[in-house]
Design a protein around this ligand. Structure first.
Ligand SMILES: NC(=O)c1ccc[n+]([C@@H]2O[C@H](COP(=O)([O-])OP(=O)(O)OC[C@H]3O[C@@H](n4cnc5c(N)ncnc54)[C@H](O)[C@@H]3O)[C@@H](O)[C@H]2O)c1
Length: 389
């Protein structure tokens, strides 16, 4: 099957590489010729680096490049059985592209969007045959991140969903199927990692370095929340939070932080601007954390239980299966453990007690315990075993 990619920016280029590496013939289209040229030369560099590292040989490089053609017109995608769109995050533009694209494609072709924040239902609505539309959400960088979320819209046919899951699986990716709700799995469940860390800082409980240290040393996370926000970019991370908050009709659980908003407004974007929560200038020294055991444990447990509560609530609201929620967080954002397995390990009692203690203290809806955790405690259940541990 020939795969079409629309948009040859960061994501489109990465997805094209994944499909071509798996042996698919790929046609890449972008409105900007320069973007196509950039994508081609970036791939050349990436493949040369992979050869240097001994991951692929010259033959594989030629095969991958030979599988990709760069085309100048949307109508050139007519032979594609699957087209994945990765253009600008704008509903009207995506809808216009989908409407035109559909006029060129065979009736059986699947049209997918890599959108992070728009609903698949709204994009599918632009099609004559909305049942052929599905969300296929890769993570950046697409060739390295193992997870892909596949999101059926209410219009999507079961055959299209199954075909999308099989194709992405055949490209060597781990698939998590998610309901068409804001943030899907990862961008929803991960919110407290940033939000609760910012809240702890905003309350003056600890500084950035101490919060980061707590999550790395006690939680085994590869990066602390502030290091990660600096890596992602405070502008990008703030926008995702604000988008999720708005899309959830201002649920206080996702409320953005003024601290991050100000960082973004000031241009303290993180690594890419040389300054964020930390200073990335040459020779700048990194502040040392406070290594107080009680303090770091309080921070770690508070952020962890908020993450677990969010994951449990995603399961409660049928966003995805327990397996897919855990899979999504370990493979999409490299968490050291799945959050629901972590809940089993800490004990459902512990989770409920911690959430109730936070709620008792703050009396804010943000800290409400998921009804699923409460019900599981009453019934002595755990997420992944039949018997309580
Ligand atoms: N960057 C990420 O981390 C990330 C992760 C997951 C999903 N996404 C989603 O993927 C999509 C693309 O994001 P990106 O970061 O790759 O963007 P990008 O800006 O790097 O690339 C977008 C490309 O689309 C092209 N384009 C714009 N309008 C077009 C049109 N009408 N027809 C054809 N090409 C057009 C642009 O010229 C550009 O080359 C967005 O929907 C975004 O939400 C991004």
């Amino acid at each position: 099957m020939t795969v079409g990619i629309i948009g040859s920016g960061t994501m489109g280029s990465g997805i094209a590489q994944v499909a071509a590496t798996a042996g698919s013939r790929v046609l890449v289209y972008d409105t900007k010729v320069e973007a196509l040229e950039r994508s081609r030369s970036k791939l050349e560099k990436i493949l040369n680096r992979l050869i240097e590292k001994g991951r692929i040989d010259e033959g594989k490089k030629n095969e991958i490049q030979g599988n990709i053609s760069y085309v100048n017109s949307l109508s050139d995608l007519k032979e594609c059985g699957l087209v994945i769109e990765a253009i600008v995050e704008n509903l009207e533009i995506k809808q216009a592209v989908f409407t035109e694209l559909e006029s060129y494609l065979a009736a059986s072709a699947i049209i997918a969007s890599n959108t992070s924040s728009l609903s698949i239902a709204s994009i599918a609505a632009a099609l004559q045959k909305p049942e052929r539309c599905v969300g296929i959400h890769f993570f950046n960088p697409a060739p390295l991140m193992r997870l892909v979320e596949v999101i059926p819209a209410i219009q999507t046919s079961p055959e299209v969903l199954q075909s999308a899951v099989e194709t992405i699986g055949s490209w060597g990716k781990s698939v998590a199927v998610a309901k068409d709700t804001p943030g899907f799995i990862v961008n929803r469940v991960a919110r407290p990692f940033y939000g609760e860390a910012l809240r702890i800082y905003d309350e003056g409980i600890a500084d950035f370095a101490t919060i980061d240290h707590a999550m790395k040393a006690l939680g085994g996370f590869r990066m602390g929340p502030f290091e990660l926000m600096d890596f992602i970019g405070n502008d990008v991370n703030y926008t995702v939070t604000e988008t999720v908050f708005t899309a959830f009709y201002f649920d206080p659980r996702y409320k953005p932080s003024f601290t991050q908003k100000r960082m973004s407004e000031a241009g303290y974007l993180g690594r890419k601007s040389g300054r964020g929560y930390y200073d990335y200038a040459e020779g700048a020294s990194k502040p040392s954390p406070t290594e107080d055991k009680t303090l770091t444990n309080t921070i770690f447990e508070r952020i962890l239980v908020m993450l677990i509560n969010e994951a449990a609530d995603a399961l409660f609201m049928n966003i995805a299966s327990a397996e897919d929620i855990d899979n999504a967080m370990t493979k999409g954002v490299n968490y050291p453990k799945g959050l629901l397995s972590w809940a089993d390990e800490k004990g459902i009692d512990w989770c409920v007690d911690r959430m109730d203690a936070l709620y008792e203290h703050y009396r804010e809806d943000r800290y409400r315990c998921s009804p699923l955790l409460r019900r599981m405690r009453e019934q002595g259940e755990v997420f992944f075993n039949d018997q309580p541990i």
